[in-house]
Design a protein around this ligand. Structure first.
Ligand SMILES: [Zn+2]
Length: 368
């Protein structure tokens, strides 16, 4: 045996592999980067990909030649070819992503879509002043232990009139005042409620005393529109029924409401009045919050020093009987006010029509 034949076979293989690698015709992926960066369309990139990775490419050629290499070199050569192929493919894919973004933007620009333009601002609305007042009044009474009750706007005449001690010959029942939906038999007579008071009757029918509720909502009357009338308007009514409720409780409750809603030093004045469902009844004035006890120049009170605000009274025993309460066991009071009126007085609004004109110049002054 010669010395040469005693050479380490491992060293022999390394040398052969080194020679094989040098002989592989493979591109250096880093050298291709400049060319890739200079490609400006997907089509041109596809051409590049075909040239360097397709069937006719040197990479594909070397892959095919693998089979001709000696068994002990095949594995290493295959690894090397694959490494280069993946590196070139990765750079092509990266360029393709960038081109896709550019081409999409160009296409949108061609269609007139400019993604850099600020999106259109959709104006955000706010609660209507009427709803704000309803919420505020409801909050005040909730704070006094009341809760809010609701009822239908299309109502049986019985709840709108009879249960509230309004006799069949009352002028309010005339078609000229009330919006009827269906005449039919007296017990089926349907109408659009003329006040929110039917809620009180319905509530008492369903719930035993004690009762402390406010019921805000729409009411309907056959009124011609003018500066102080709308055929559809809002009311808030209140009802308290309990043992031993007195007229002084009614006055104290309304004073507390007026102080919270208008001003802490507001004074309340009650004038005798008549309502079918309360006895005794009163109209309530609150002292003007805009002037000192009636200045002739005051645009809010017109110099009288008082503002007519609401109607109220002690619940008529006939109403308790109609809803199944014992008039000897409970007493109560009720009050009702126009929501538009509250808002007009407090904000010096001169016409009730502003509430339904949908004029943003008006509405925007009261963004709640
Ligand atoms: Zn005044």
């Amino acid at each position: 045996m010669t010395e040469e034949n005693n050479q380490d076979p491992e060293v022999d293989l390394d040398a052969k592999l080194e020679e094989m690698m040098l002989n592989l015709r493979l591109p250096d992926p880093a050298d291709l980067q400049d060319e890739i960066d200079g490609i400006t369309s997907s089509e041109a990139l596809a051409e590049f990909e075909k040239k360097h990775l397709g069937k006719g490419s040197s990479i594909a050629g070397e892959m095919r030649n693998l089979g001709r290499l000696p068994q002990d070199q095949r594995r290493e050569a295959g690894r090397r070819i694959n490494e280069v192929r993946q590196a070139v493919q990765g750079r092509v894919n990266e360029r393709q992503e960038a081109l896709t973004v550019q081409e999409r933007a160009a296409s949108m620009a061609a269609e007139g879509i400019d993604v850099t333009v600020d999106h259109r601002q959709i104006p955000i609305g706010s609660l209507h002043l009427i709803q704000q007042v309803i919420d505020e009044v409801s909050d005040i009474f909730t704070g006094l232990g009341y809760h809010v009750a609701d009822g239908p706007e299309a109502e049986l005449a019985w709840y709108n009139f009879d249960a509230l001690n309004t006799p069949p010959d009352h002028p309010g029942r005339l078609e000229s005042d009330t919006m009827y939906l269906d005449y039919g038999k007296p017990e089926d007579e349907m109408l659009l409620r003329a006040h929110t008071s039917p809620v009180q009757a319905r509530y008492m029918e369903q719930n035993p005393p004690p009762v402390y509720i406010v019921s805000p909502g729409r009411a309907y009357r056959n009124d011609t529109i003018d500066a102080s009338h709308l055929p559809v308007f809002f009311q808030i009514e209140g009802l308290a029924v309990d043992e031993n409720i007195k007229f002084s409780d009614l006055k104290g409750t309304l004073e507390e409401f007026a102080r919270q809603f208008f001003a802490p030093d507001t004074v309340v004045r009650l004038r005798p009045h008549y309502f079918p469902f309360t006895e005794p009844s009163a109209e309530v004035d609150v002292s003007c919050f805009n002037c000192d006890r009636g200045e002739s120049s005051c645009r809010v009170c017109g110099g009288s020093g008082w503002l007519e605000m609401l109607g109220c009274g002690m619940v008529d025993p006939a109403v308790f009987e109609a809803v199944g309460y014992d008039p000897d066991a409970v007493t109560g009071f009720a009050f009702g006010m126009g929501v538009e009126r509250l808002a007009m007085v407090r904000h010096g609004i001169d016409s009730i029509r502003h509430f339904i004109d949908n004029d943003l110049r008006f509405l925007e002054q009261f963004q709640g």
